[in-house]
Design a protein around this ligand. Structure first.
Ligand code: NAD
Length: 485
């Protein structure tokens, strides 16, 4: 199997790698060096049509493939990702800017885990029956939706791409998938290993391109019956606008502005160490990062002093170096957005306690997009800095004195994705957890993931849940059959 990365990436349609019909390409840039190191197809509705044709052709066979055979193929994909983990990790880092050690430890490891998990899902998925005493029995068939669309973002490229594709395939669907145009390479490599693993042609079609041209063409196509989307709330709105009147099944995993609530009685060292990760992992570009840190007044100064000290000691460097704790921001556009957010925070009256500046590295990464991890204080809950998603290495500090005040601050945004609570008092944790407006609550931990649990947000953070049976249910249609005795 050839996993060399060509300068021009191609779409995977019906088992063949082909260029875009329009001949249009987009530059692919390494954010750590600012170098154009490849081009990807900017696919449009014609390419989507080809992919839908291929998927429809493959659907009959794949949807009727025995679960055990699906398990073998999906599990083999997981094994092949593991076998080529080094190649995948390097590709992810060059595309995205995250430290190579992080790509290996988190992104690629988890991409394989997604396939392994949903491979067994194919074996274990079952449906309900409801008996009516001496009258009738209902049984529910859960049939594949058909051809489905999966669209994913750039922050955890292969990790989130596979989180959608694996359950869609396990449930017996054929897939048209689009990775972010900013981080396309690992999706391209995944296409290469799928054929090797025995996935029949046309079952998974991977199209590259930007949102308006390729993404919207997928959402609009009447032959694509469900859309699973992860990305910004803005794009989610646009997708809902198109797909809702077509009555497509929709799963929307959108933005966040997550609170990290620290009570004085927490396990301090564990909280400090985890808060560093929940603030700045992947340069703060994880939808689950706790970007609003809420601290009980009695420990505010202690927290502030230690947090500033630890933040200033983070090593920003070449993502290929093991010593780099912070890598590059994903693109120039996103770099500019984050720097504008920092400028806005100052205009709003915020004080920069640490960071706040772009970083110019020496050597290979001299032109890359690097920003210091940044801490801001002195802003109230209603300003833009504390209500709008920044999605970078930028956190704010706010203090509270009572549980009620902590909850008020925590719930003071239009988002509701994730939250973290730090306390040794289990009753307090349970009360706050039950009242917080979020789909995911971590108590005394962060990013602890069990793939069986429902994953998703409330309010403007999305609609629907992924993970475990939730994903298998999303990718199937329930049909109830009632048989009278
Ligand atoms: P984005 O919305 O710009 O793009 C996401 C994907 O959607 C890309 O593949 C893009 O090409 C495509 N797209 C964009 N506009 C589209 C349109 N009109 N129609 C169809 N497809 C379209 O998001 P991004 O900048 O890549 O990612 C960052 C965002 O993703 C942040 O808001 C972050 O919070 C969110 N995110 C959410 C989760 C979650 O699980 N809730 C996970 C990761 C990232």
């Amino acid at each position: 199997m050839n996993l060399a990365i060509p300068f021009h990436l191609e779409n995977l349609i019906g088992g063949n790698f082909i260029g875009p019909l329009s001949g249009q390409f987009i530059n692919n840039i390494n954010p750590a060096t600012a170098e154009v190191y490849g081009q990807i197809p900017n696919s449009n509705e014609q390419d989507v049509q080809l992919a839908v044709n291929a998927a429809q052709k493959a659907l009959e066979e794949w949807s009727n493939t025995p679960a055990e055979k699906k398990f073998i193929v999906l599990n083999r994909i997981a094994e092949l990702i593991d076998e080529h983990a080094e190649t995948f990790a390097l590709a992810e880092t060059n595309d995205q800017g995250k430290p190579l050690w992080l790509s290996k430890k988190v992104d690629i490891y988890r991409a394989a885990a997604n396939f392994r998990f949903f491979a067994t899902g194919a074996l274990h998925f079952s449906s309900e029956s409801h008996a009516m005493e001496n009258t009738a029995i209902n049984y529910t068939l859960r049939q594949p939706v058909g051809v489905v669309g999966c669209i994913s973002p750039w922050n955890l490229p292969l990790y989130l791409f596979t989180w959608k594709i694996a359950p869609a395939l396990a449930a017996g669907n054929c897939v048209i998938a689009k990775p972010s145009e900013i981080t396309p390479v690992t999706a391209f490599l995944l296409g290469k290993i799928c054929a090797e693993a025995g996935l029949p042609a046309g079952v998974l079609n991977i199209l590259h391109g930007d949102g308006p041209s390729c993404g919207e063409a997928i959402v609009k196509h009447p032959g694509i019956k469900a859309i699973s989307f992860t990305g910004s709330t803005r794009a989610g709105e646009q997708i809902a606008r198109i797909a809702a009147p077509m009555f497509k099944k929709l799963s929307l995993e959108l933005g966040g502005k997550n609170p990290n609530i620290i009570f004085a009685d927490c396990n301090w060292e564990k909280m400090m160490e985890t808060t560093m990760r929940s603030s700045f992992s992947n340069q703060g570009q994880i939808c689950l990062c706790g970007s609003r840190i809420l601290i009980e007044a009695s420990v505010y100064e202690k927290f502030k002093t230690e947090f500033i000290q630890r933040t200033r000691s983070l090593t920003i460097g070449d993502p290929l170096e093991d010593s780099s704790q912070q890598g590059a921001i994903v693109s120039k556009v996103h770099f500019d957005k984050i720097m504008n957010c920092i400028a806005l925070a100052k205009e709003e009256g915020g004080t920069i306690l640490a960071g706040g500046n772009a970083v110019q590295l020496q050597g290979r990464c001299a032109n890359g997009y690097f920003i210091e991890p940044t801490i801001i204080e002195g802003l109230g809950p209603d300003c833009k800095t504390n209500t709008e998603e920044i999605f970078g290495p930028v956190v704010t500090l706010q203090l509270f004195t009572t549980i009620e005040e902590a909850l008020q601050l925590a719930n003071a945004t239009s988002y509701g994705l994730a939250s973290t609570i730090w306390t040794q008092d289990i009753s307090k944790a349970n009360i706050v957890a039950s009242k917080i407006e979020a789909g995911i609550v971590w108590v005394n931990c962060w990013l602890q993931r069990d793939l069986r649990t429902p994953f998703g947000g409330v309010k403007n953070s999305g609609v629907g849940r992924e993970g475990g049976w939730e994903a298998m249910k999303f990718f199937t249609e329930a049909k109830n059959i009632c048989v009278e005795f």
